[in-house]
Design a binder for this molecule. Structure first.
Ligand code: NA7
Length: 558
């Protein structure tokens, strides 16, 4: 049987990135009787892979481990051309998935939701989009991404800039490939930000011909190591296709969904000679091996971390010609691996080029953006025609902040004691409270995919798992005619403490980054908090399964 009819939809999915696409497909397949609709702000599918079209954008996951594992037809048809695919290829892949699974007929593009209000009376969510159109739905599946709300730097004068300026995740779509090279020729370019995005953008821009100057504004240096990408031969692509099941099995068995995992030994238990040999060996491997393949205590033991950081620092210094510049490009205030480690392909060599300049903002902070460029505190004006903000995102819980979300009895989801707004909110000061990262207290019938308190890692591996749980949960509701699902207070408190305790002892807790919830450009995000599930993907799955097998223990369903 189906549910008692709500007005418009049984399930509304927000977002048509990988999470939303996966959710739509599985809900439609398993529960064809439900009326499902996806609302997507962009004019296309792809989410992160739609928006982030800046030069050099690519994932650091092995392509073969990144794909969706569930559709044999697509797996048979698609061939990745590179070990780590660039953004245009990943977007092509996701468009193929959308076509093959006929997803677009249930996706409404160019629709940005601004309001989500729960109605206690009807047990429905009411969504309103930017144009004022109202949609009602029994269940809401949030697939809005955890790095989707871009933030600009809080520096004075940014609106006075006379040239072209944009955030990397809003890179102009006409500036792609050869067109980008032509349009940017002769332009003096500045990039603020040296995280994963900045590193890819800077490397790509440095290789473009006819750019008179590329000025990098660095607040903190970033630990980054070689990606070691390669083109696949047709034979390799075919082998990967044949081994797809084994590749997915392996990535589903690791703590982060990647093909890499830690060496179980502790640093001090290994001789110095063998340690150095291990560092060298993982350093030479492609992908995340250099980060995830280190000894098991590298990111919890200070001495272990210092030793490995030293090893990587030497590798960086070998690649930069000017020793003073090399020193500035090596992080000194935190150890290797304590922020998300981006992978690079020629980042450090870019700084050996005559026209690439580093401005060290620790020494000379930005004073103001002027119409003609950036003025630093040493009185110097850095003339620019194009200014790129690679300044990151209002991460994880920050994805929810621009919508007015209100749960039971009108309680707001997001609020801030710093700004004094909505101080009775469910998630005060960007600190999530959830059960399994999927359900939210006081917000019945809201399920999140890649929301706070979930493992992120190699995203598609987490997405497929969480979508499965959400589909099973919906199936139970259909079966039992439940119209209300909300986690119990105890389940939420227990889960939230469990998530926080999973982070205990990690040295990364001592470092500001989006992973610890700090964003200096957002009012009220100055304090560190725990919003990612730092336990393993395997343990996360085990806990979801236990909940399900105990008849959805922890959820109040009626
Ligand atoms: P990140 O990793 O948050 O990096 C943002 C960068 O922007 C980082 O270098 C920041 O410096 C810099 N930033 C931010 N605000 C300012 C201001 N006001 N002034 C100067 N510099 C600033 O974002 P990404 O987009 O690179 O990567 C996000 C994730 O996407 C990445 O981890 C992958 O998982 C994919 P800071 O180091 O904080 O001093």
């Amino acid at each position: 049987g189906s549910l008692p009819p709500p007005e418009d939809y049984d399930v509304l999915i927000l977002g048509a990135g990988m999470s939303g696409m996966c959710a739509l497909h599985h809900i439609r397949t398993k529960l064809p009787q439900l009326r499902v609709r996806v609302l997507e702000a962009a004019p296309d599918v792809g989410g992160t892979w739609y928006w982030n079209c800046y030069p050099g954008a690519r994932f650091d996951s092995e392509s073969v481990s990144y794909a969706f594992s569930f559709d044999k037809g697509v797996l048979d048809e698609w061939r990745w051309t590179e070990a780590f695919a660039p953004q245009p290829e990943t977007l092509r892949y996701l468009r193929l998935v959308a076509d093959r699974l006929d997803l677009k007929k249930d996706i409404q593009f160019n629709t940005r939701v601004t309001t989500l209000h729960w109605s206690d009376e009807d047990r429905l969510w009411k969504a309103v989009d930017e144009r004022g159109t109202v949609y009602t739905t029994r269940f809401l599946v949030s697939c809005i991404g955890f790095l989707s709300n871009p933030t600009l730097p809080n520096i004075p004068g940014i609106s006075s800039f006379a040239g072209q300026s944009f955030h990397t995740s809003r890179w102009p779509r006409e500036l792609q490939g050869k067109q980008a090279e032509e349009a940017l020729a002769g332009k003096r370019i500045g990039v603020i930000g040296t995280g994963a995005t900045g590193i890819q953008t800077i490397t790509a821009l440095a290789q473009m011909p006819d750019i008179p100057s590329l000025t990098v504004f660095q607040r903190h240096a970033t630990w980054t190591v070689p990606l070691r990408n390669s083109q696949f031969t047709p034979d390799q692509a075919e082998t990967h296709r044949q081994n797809a099941d084994a590749i997915f099995r392996l990535s589903n068995s690791t703590p982060t969904g990647f093909l890499h995992q830690a060496d179980p030994r502790k640093t001090a238990d290994v001789s110095l000679e063998d340690r150095l040999a291990h560092y060298e060996s993982i350093y030479n491997k492609p992908g995340m091996a250099k980060w995830l393949g280190a000894f098991s205590d590298t990111y919890t033991d200070r001495a272990a971390n210092e030793e490995y950081s030293q090893f990587i620092a030497e590798k960086i210094k070998e690649r930069v010609n000017d020793p003073d510049l090399a020193t500035r490009l090596v992080p000194t205030d935190h150890g290797f691996g304590l922020r998300r480690v981006p992978l690079e392909s020629g980042y450090f060599e870019a700084f050996n080029k005559e026209h690439v300049h580093l401005v060290d903002l620790k020494e000379t902070p930005v004073q103001t953006v002027t119409p003609g460029g950036i003025q630093t505190t040493d009185g110097k004006e850095h003339p620019l025609d194009v200014l790129v903000y690679a300044t990151g995102f209002n991460a994880i819980t920050g994805s929810f902040v621009d919508m007015d979300i209100r749960g039971r009895e009108g309680v707001p989801l997001m609020g801030s004691s710093v700004t004094g707004e909505k101080t009775n909110a469910v998630w005060m000061d960007y600190r999530p409270r959830t059960f399994l990262g999927i359900t939210v207290p006081q917000c019945p019938n809201l399920f999140m995919v890649l929301g706070p308190h979930q493992p992120f890692g190699n995203a598609p591996r987490s997405i497929e798992h969480v979508v499965q749980v959400v589909v099973d949960l919906l199936a139970t509701c259909v079966d039992k005619k439940y119209t209300f699902v909300e986690p119990t207070t105890t389940a939420v408190e227990d889960w939230t403490s469990h998530v926080i305790s999973c982070s205990d002892g990690a040295l990364l807790n001592e470092v500001d980054s989006w992973m610890t919830g700090v964003n200096t450009n957002v009012k009220g995000r100055g304090e560190r908090s725990v919003a990612r599930y730092a336990g393993s993907l395997v343990e996360y799955k085990r806990r979801c399964r236990a909940c399900q097998e105990a008849g959805w223990e922890g959820l109040q369903m009626k």
